[in-house]
Design a protein around this ligand. Structure first.
Ligand SMILES: Nc1ncnc2c1ncn2[C@@H]1O[C@H](COP(=O)(O)OP(=O)(O)OP(=O)(O)O)[C@@H](O)[C@H]1O
Length: 447
């Protein structure tokens, strides 16, 4: 029997023909209390509530008390009455497989691209723990990113977890798509959390395109779906990544965005009575985000790596807002996109001065580290005097580093925008050439 038939036979054998039913006994806030299901329901199970009159209302099991199941409905529980019937739906196991590559799925493993999709052979727990810290391999080697700036001054190594901090409309999706298409990886798993439906289609069809989809699994939950589904999206995508990692493959995991994941959690937490604390977010948001990020990283011996980029929405470049702050603490680096750079048309709009890769200095050779340090010094000198320079108040000769920085600035700025499919070595060669032209390293070392 082929694997597909075995899966089908298993599904038929385990299918439940009768469905447990309960009755509404209360409605409080956004949640509906149901009796008669406490023995059969599990957290996260789906329910369908038959409103009389009205269309059925779907929802998920949020809490279970001794006799009562608390259901969080997908939309406002208008028209729900005491005594209405609630039917427990069986939730299928989540089992990824190779045939998911190239597909767009929802957080329950159902296809969103109109084609049939079989489940894989083995169901996985969506909330699995990360590999034990002591058994984990160390971070791996540098990966080709396809972009000059990430190949050189902000390197990413196998198993590294990076935050992508960006305001709206500064090129976050395009950068993620560039990485999905060009970054070195066996499989790319993309979590699209809380985007509008139109944006998901646009991302898949136009921004990512058929080339990007070739090795990608997209897991999407749109903004109109319930908070539970949106929150589940991040876990489902991470579970897909873990499936491929366990097979020894190197996975690139891209999450867009952790902010929307945290917002979905906030909705759920408030419905279950948790008080907001961190500027509107409940205290449980910190362990939630930390646990998700921890699942990425190196696997154990024989497993692959999950190299991850988690995007964060930072309104008005506020890097201290709670989600950005939590992420900065748990990740191994951050890439900051800057609106003023995007506004002058330089993409990717990475603010190199404010971005950090914690894989340095280990990820680069001594000579490369020296080059990176020189670039950073020059950028620092330029940025400190940027106002003076643009106001025409800069006079050559006062500071040799600033003189070089001013001279090199246009070339460095153009270098940061360049794609580089030919690899890390080539990116460093080009960067070295730019610096040598101004004989910068020697004079900088003398400072
Ligand atoms: N690499 C690029 N080259 C040229 N233009 C770009 C590039 N990246 C982004 N842009 C421009 O910036 C716009 C916004 O990009 P993108 O949709 O990726 O931003 P975003 O931060 O994901 O936006 P949102 O917050 O709305 O999701 C694009 O429509 C395009 O005009």
């Amino acid at each position: 029997m082929t694997a597909d038939f075995r899966t089908l036979a298993q599904e038929i054998a385990t299918a439940r023909l009768a469905r447990p039913m309960g009755r509404v006994v209360g409605i409080q806030g956004g949640a509906v209390q149901i009796s008669g299901l406490a023995d059969s329901a599990h957290i996260g199970d789906h329910l369908i509530l038959k409103r009389d009159p009205g269309t059925p209302l779907k929802g998920e099991v949020l809490q279970i008390e001794r006799d009562i199941v608390h259901m969080l409905p997908d939309s406002a529980p208008d028209g729900v009455a005491i005594g209405d019937r609630a039917v427990l739906l069986e939730i299928e196991g989540f089992a990824a497989g190779d045939h998911w590559i190239g597909r767009v799925i929802d957080p329950y493993g159902r296809p969103l691209d109109g084609q049939p999709l079989m489940r894989g052979g083995v169901s996985r727990d969506l909330m699995s723990a990360p590999p034990p810290a002591v058994a984990r391999r160390p971070l791996g080697t540098r990966v080709e990113t396809g972009l000059s700036v990430l190949n050189t001054v902000l390197p990413i190594v196998e198993g590294q977890r990076v935050g992508l901090f960006a305001g709206s409309g500064v090129g976050k999706s395009r950068l993620l798509a560039d990485l999905a298409r060009n970054m070195q990886a066996d499989v790319v798993v993309i979590a699209l959390i809380g985007e509008r439906g139109r944006e998901v289609n646009d991302f898949v069809d136009r921004v990512l395109g058929p080339e990007g989809m070739k090795r990608a699994v997209v897991v999407a939950a749109t903004s109109d779906q319930s908070a539970l589904t949106r929150r589940r999206c991040a876990w489902a995508a991470m579970t897909v990544a873990e499936h491929f990692r366990d097979q020894g493959r190197n996975v690139l995991f891209l999450a867009d965005s952790v902010t929307r994941f945290a917002e979905a959690h906030r909705e759920i937490a408030v419905s279950s009575g948790e008080a907001p604390a961190l500027r509107g977010f409940p205290p449980s948001v910190t362990p939630l985000i930390t646990a998700l990020c921890e699942r990425a990283g190196p696997g154990t011996a024989g497993q692959g790596f999950i190299t991850a980029v988690f995007s964060v929405l930072v309104a008005g470049s506020d890097m201290d807002e709670p989600i950005a702050d939590i992420l900065r603490g748990v990740l191994d680096g951050h890439i900051v996109l800057d609106r003023s750079i995007a506004e002058r048309g330089r993409f990717p709009a990475i603010d190199v001065g404010r971005s950090v890769s914690r894989s340095l200095p280990d990820a680069a050779s001594d000579a490369e580290n020296e080059l990176i340090l020189s670039v950073r010094k020059m950028l620092g000198a330029y940025e400190q005097s940027a106002v003076m320079i643009t106001a025409g108040l800069y006079a050559e000769g006062a500071d040799p580093v600033l003189d070089q920085a001013v001279k090199l600035w246009p070339e460095l700025d153009a270098f940061f925008a360049k794609p580089d499919p030919s690899g890390i070595r080539n990116s460093f060669d080009r960067l070295g050439l730019i610096l040598r032209r101004a004989q910068a390293p020697a004079s900088l070392r003398a400072r």
